[in-house]
Design a protein around this ligand. Sequence first.
Ligand SMILES: Nc1nc2c(ncn2[C@@H]2O[C@H](COP(=O)(O)OP(=O)(O)OP(=O)(O)O)[C@@H](O)[C@H]2O)c(=O)[nH]1
Ligand SMILES: [Mg+2]
Length: 291
Amino acid sequence: MKCGFVTIVGRPSAGKSTLLNKLCGEKVAITSSVPQTTRNAIKGIVNREQGQLVFIDTPGRHVSEKKINKKLMEVSSLALEECDLVLYVLDATRSPGIEEEEIASLLIPLAEKTIAAVNKMDVSAADFNSAKDFISLKIPAVKERCFAVSANTGQGIDALVCELFNKAPEGDAHYGDEYYTDQDTGFRIAEIIREQAINRLRQELPHSLYVDIADMELTGTNLWVRAFIIVERESQKGMVVGKGGEMIKTIRLSALKELKKIFDWKIDLDLRVKTGKDWRSRDHILKKLIN
Ligand SMILES: Nc1nc2c(ncn2[C@@H]2O[C@H](COP(=O)(O)OP(=O)(O)OP(=O)(O)O)[C@@H](O)[C@H]2O)c(=O)[nH]1
Ligand SMILES: [Mg+2]
């Protein structure tokens, strides 16, 4: 049977995580319109008659001197070193810029194992040919393996999966077919809370927060969770709590709604906000959060 590790790379907001979820048929990774949503290498497993593909979603590559960006870049670079295949996701609605150039040069030595997915083809302004021209110019060997897809509608996904299986090596499955991800429960809950917070907060707040699961207790079918949304500065706390506590209440309820779709437990969520001063520049926090 075929079995391979496929690392998904691309610029922030290209739709990598949305594509991963479509490929797996499950919500494996959180998504948002805010760039740099994904902060970890997230595995999603696809089992088909031909075999097993283990996808590794990565943070969108954005060159910057900021500590957190460097750490995020490391995650995708490492995932590229270890994989059998690379799935390079491009956004058909945006013209390639400096970020795209950086990724294309990174992929030159990996060209033989790279497949490109030009995403967001459901948008009327999508331009497949420009993306393909860019690939032809920068990584010519990938020109023959450019797929027009939409992670939203599922357009082109079957042909893409077929090509990935074609190119995957022979081998035994790494995971039992009951698994679609390897993430632990605490991480998934933290991510869903973060997604709901990101989707409701503005300006720098989505980038300034992380979620810490302080405690979890399973009693029968009831799961009790205490989580903290951690912001960088004292002044940001108020924005997350909102007027009369409205914002944190909305985040909590929408997170519970999403969690209900994923888990069978009855979840009781105690959600609070606290400050972790300048956490984005603290090595030990970044080491714990980003991997
Ligand atoms: N119209 C359309 N929108 C899409 C498609 N795929 C993703 N999006 C949207 O693009 C935005 C970014 O999607 P993500 O999946 O979070 O992007 P990402 O590449 O994982 O981003 P990072 O994790 O920040 O690197 C979201 O608003 C998605 O809904 C698509 O096929 N069509
Ligand atoms: Mg993502």
